[in-house]
Ligand binder design. Structure first.
Ligand code: ATP
Length: 199
């Protein structure tokens, strides 16, 4: 992101744990890129995902490496490391403030799945999040469609993808295939590093 010429830039931000990144994230990101005419989309892995405290997660280095593989063939996608570099819990409001300060006058779109949208009132300073970025919501299976309001835009073209990182981890643990659920390089990485075998 350094040295970004951001005049008129439409910047998408997709935060998450990415433990691991999977096709749900990639299809969501690409649907947002197309529908919102984004110039660039930042994947922002959480350093310490405070909403997932209490369960073991892969190291930030492993989650970052998998993301780098996953985005490498899309010139609009980029991995942004500000949350893993920041000490303490990863709060979205701080991330968006920092991205905004670094890339003024870009217009920022914060992209979330329906589960994250429902949880957002519990996050730190949700009002400020909505001031910093336009909130864009995507459907997830088993959840009612998000309501479009003045402050939330729906990704209408996003197909519903019933894949979660939890399901990928469970399949690895159970010795089942994850082919097509994650990019091939991510699968290779998981196997090589023997991730998720016992979690
Ligand atoms: P876990 O199963 O470990 O909770 P996850 O699959 O939900 O993980 P996260 O990294 O927590 O993945 O998600 C990051 C963002 O991507 C969140 O906004 C989440 O709602 C969204 N997301 C993840 N999977 C999908 C999917 N299949 N469809 C739409 N949005 C998704």
């Amino acid at each position: 992101m350094a040295g970004l010429d951001s005049a008129g830039l439409r910047l998408g931000v997709l935060g998450g744990t990415f433990d691991p990144v999977h096709i749900g994230h990639l299809i969501l990101a690409e649907a947002a890129r197309e529908e919102l005419a984004l110039d660039r989309l930042l994947f922002v892995p959480a350093g310490q995902p405070w909403r997932k405290a209490g369960r073991d997660i892969a190291t930030a280095a492993d989650r970052l490496a998998m993301l780098e593989f996953a985005v490498s063939d899309n010139p609009a996608f980029e991995v942004c490391t500000i949350e893993v570099e920041r000490e303490g819990p990863s709060y979205t409001v701080e991330t968006l403030s920092e991205i905004k300060a670094r890339s003024l006058p870009a217009q920022i779109f914060f992209i979330v799945g329906e589960d994250a949208l429902e949880d957002m009132p519990n996050w730190k300073e949700p009002e400020r999040i909505a001031e910093l970025a336009e909130i864009v919501a995507a459907p997830r299976p088993g959840r009612p469609s998000p309501h479009e309001t003045g402050r939330i835009t729906l990704l209408r073209g996003m197909p519903i993808i019933g894949v979660s990182a939890t399901a990928v981890r469970e399949r690895v643990r159970d010795g089942r295939p994850i082919r097509y659920l994650v990019p091939p390089a991510v699968e290779d990485y998981i196997r090589r590093r023997q991730l998720y075998i016992s979690s």
